[in-house]
Design a protein around this ligand. Structure first.
Ligand code: CP3
Length: 337
């Protein structure tokens, strides 16, 4: 598997390629399945339907990796918080307070999320041998912002304020989420995932002390738990928008690969990050949406900028839902020469 070889430190030309949120609404075949699955959480917990939409981008494009169809908000759902998706509005959660942590149960979460393990087993047995299987979770901070804010929010102000105001209780929430996430990732590896990814989509805009407390420390805790659990699968970290703080994140968490967003200064990252650390990503989802000559130029820039180190071609964030599927074909053909 090309992805695994790069995560072990090999430099491959052409690099392996997969796309964040590669299963989803930009594909007509996804929309067809989704139309028959009105409840998004139940859809994620339906192994046949979830496996089907995970296979779709692999069948269409032959990508080098497949990421299990699920969602980062399955953890709050599993822990016992009410989570639902409203059409056109994104996720909604019944907000919880830091005094409610004792209502959340990791045991329950492992049980409720068993269907994801079934999905992984279907995938492992149905995927081509050379296609790596990726499991994932949201990072504690990113998941906590949804749990506290009751959904997506512009700048996570409420969560940040609470992290400053109630450090002990907030750190206890981070620990609980780290432990639930580590158990969930270990279960995914045992069910067939070759590699796992931790999505910290809202790691931007955090002052250093908070970044260390809510991003680095909980992520390192996940890494330690996985190790203690005997999990040796590589871990990809995605501290989106963290800028120079990502150097510390890489050093101190021990993740095996750093997924870079499109706002990262490429030359800076290439010199600031250890030469042996595999990196992934950077293509702007907007240039994939735009297509044409602009897309070709960006692909070439990234291929040449990252040619001399272990690199996985990917987007800097999830694919946009209006992306023409033929732009993805163009991307893959160009990356593979
Ligand atoms: O191929 C894949 O990557 C599919 C698996 C996947 C989904 N969500 C399915 C999904 C993954 C890896 C995620 C991660 C996820 N979910 C993140 C982290 C990555 C990122 O994009 O930052 C976050 C923040 C979420 C939370 C979430 N889930 C939001 C904010 C939304 C609504 C907005 C949106 O992007 O659609 C979702 C819903 C969701 N998760 C969809 C899919 C395919 C769309 C649901 C639909 O079909 O209506």
């Amino acid at each position: 598997m090309k992805l695994m070889r790069v995560l072990e430190g090999q430099t491959l030309s052409p690099p392996p390629i997969w796309l964040m949120r590669q299963a989803g609404r930009y594909l007509p075949e996804y929309r067809e399945v989704r139309a028959k699955q009105p409840d998004f959480i139940n859809f994620c917990l339906n192994p046949e339907a979830a496996a089907e939409v995970t296979f779709q981008p692999i069948r269409r494009y032959g990508l080098d990796a497949s990421i299990v169809f699920a969602d980062i908000l399955l953890i709050p759902h599993g822990l016992g918080q009410k989570v639902w998706f409203e059409k056109g509005e994104g996720p909604k959660l019944e907000p919880i307070g830091l005094e409610d942590l004792n209502t959340l149960s990791i045991e329950r979460s492992r049980e409720v999320l068993q269907p994801v393990m079934e999905t992984l087993k279907i995938l492992r047995s149905g995927l081509p041998e050379e296609t790596a299987l990726i499991g994932f979770c949201g990072a504690p901070w990113t998941v906590a912002t949804y749990m506290i804010e009751g959904g997506g929010s512009k700048d996570r102000f409420k969560a940040r304020s609470l992290a400053w105001a109630e450090p002990d209780k907030f750190d206890a929430l981070m620990d609980l989420l780290a432990d639930a996430s580590a158990a969930y990732l270990a279960d995914q590896v045992r069910a067939g995932a070759d590699v796992v990814k931790i999505f910290d989509s809202w790691a931007d805009g955090l002052p250093d002390p908070l970044f260390d407390r809510v991003v680095i420390r909980p992520t390192r805790r996940i890494m330690e738990r996985l190790k203690a659990d005997g999990v040796t699968a590589p871990v990809i970290g995605f501290p989106k928008g963290s800028g120079p703080q990502m150097v510390r994140y890489a050093e101190q968490t021990g993740v095996n690969c750093l997924s870079l967003d499109h706002g990262v200064d490429t030359a800076w990252a290439a010199s600031a990050l250890p030469k042996t650390l595999p990196v992934q990503g950077q293509l702007d989802p907007a240039v994939l949406h735009a297509g044409g000559a602009a897309l070709d130029l960006e692909i070439d820039r990234l291929l040449s900028a990252w040619a001399d180190r272990p690199y996985v071609f990917n987007l800097g964030h999830g694919i946009h839902l209006d992306t023409p599927p033929e732009n993805v074909t163009r991307l893959i053909e160009r990356v593979r020469g």
